[in-house]
Write a protein that binds this ligand. Structure first.
Ligand SMILES: Nc1ncnc2c1ncn2[C@@H]1O[C@H](COP(=O)(O)OP(=O)(O)OP(=O)(O)O)[C@@H](O)[C@H]1O
Length: 338
């Protein structure tokens, strides 16, 4: 059986959970998606004190925000509420709160070492917060990924390093969870792997080992592994994908390919092989300006353990928040010290 440890890469939530399920039938799911699709363009909400203190956006958007607050939270897929995490004496997260709604494409930015990967791991259930809560579709997660509590939403984590299994072929890497957990035949899996690889722009690499691939190809294989799922299942659970620096180390063109892939599987409402979509929302940790511009709509800025700013992508460069201004311009002068 797959060990869901940090050494595995695409950490997909097992879809055959026996715990209490809040999966909705596909027809209701479709209407659910439609109902919430407008959330992508809504202004940010849930701003914490620091964010409110800093950003003029919150002043100008007050009326709209109030309206949003009156709306219910039925479209919230993942919520982190006042999350704290320390490693020994290092206090990394000090009260992080935000919501990821159905249909959203969210970026997490901030200086190195501020805990961006840590928050992804907490959302994915690989790490437990010291304090605070994670809610999955309104249901409080009691512990880690092994809990059966979070059925009804799959959470995929695409690791920074691609983290492919070195001794397995590309086919075995991409189909890993299906070989381990599904009732699909080897031929079915093989065919699906080929289709999924083609969807991320890779052909004829099924038998290669990861060591025979370039960095960009490895990232695409990891992406294919996060997109593949058991097509024989009747109920398609929505999925939130968490990408940890998917374009780090790639040349500009390879970055664009990956950014567009991330965007396309979400926007087309289809999965990688053109079947009804399951990627409900995604969250990308990135330092790359192009990824911010191209792959996400809304940004969360993490600094000194808190979300100090959040706003739409186009507001990032015009923000009056001094932390954001410094980060956006790469200036050595400002509140961020290295
Ligand atoms: N398992 C761990 N044990 C001890 N310290 C850890 C652990 N995981 C993370 N840290 C520390 O927590 C801090 C935040 O790490 P994290 O990887 O979340 O930051 P990040 O914002 O993603 O950084 P970067 O942008 O450089 O990737 C770092 O100082 C890191 O060394």
């Amino acid at each position: 059986m797959l060990s869901l440890s940090s050494s595995s890469s695409s950490l997909l939530r097992p879809s055959s959970s026996s715990g209490p399920s809040i999966v909705v039938p596909r027809r209701s799911f479709i209407s659910f998606r439609r109902k919430v699709s407008c959330c992508c363009i809504a202004p940010p909400q849930n701003l914490d004190n620091d964010a409110t203190k800093f950003d003029s956006l919150t002043k100008s958007g007050g009326g709209m925000r109030k309206q949003r607050e009156l709306e219910n939270d039925s479209d919230v897929l993942i919520e982190c509420r006042d999350v704290y995490k320390s490693f020994g004496e290092k206090h990394i997260l000090k009260g992080v709160s935000f919501k990821i709604r159905h249909g959203e494409a969210v970026g997490v930015i901030g200086p190195s070492g501020t805990g961006k990967s840590t928050i992804l791991k907490i959302m994915a259930g690989l790490l437990a917060p010291d304090k605070g809560e994670v809610y999955i579709r309104g249901k409080k997660r009691a512990g880690l990924i092994s809990d059966e509590e979070i059925s009804g939403l799959r959470i995929g984590l695409v690791f920074q390093s691609a983290a492919l299994f070195d001794s397995l072929s590309v086919r075995e890497n991409v189909g890993f969870l299906l070989y381990e957990r599904s009732k699909m035949s080897e031929n079915q899996i093989s065919e699906l792997v080929t289709q999924t690889l083609a969807a991320v722009g890779l052909k004829g690499v099924e038998n290669r080992l990861p060591s025979e691939l370039s960095g960009g190809m490895k990232k695409r294989v990891a992406l294919a592994r996060s997109l593949i799922f058991d097509t024989t299942k009747e109920v398609i659970e929505p999925e939130v994908l968490l990408y940890d620096e998917p374009t780090a180390g790639l040349d500009p063109i390879a970055s664009t390919v990956v950014e567009d892939l991330i965007r396309s599987v979400h926007m087309t409402d289809e999965d990688a092989v053109g079947k009804p979509g399951k990627i409900a929302s995604y969250l990308v940790v990135t330092h790359q300006h192009s990824t911010i511009q191209r792959a996400v709509d809304r940004l969360l800025f993490l600094y000194e353990g808190k979300i100090v700013w959040q706003g739409m992508t186009h507001e990032f460069t015009t923000s009056t928040n001094p932390i954001v201004q410094q980060f956006a311009t790469g200036s050595l002068d400002g509140p961020i010290r290295y």
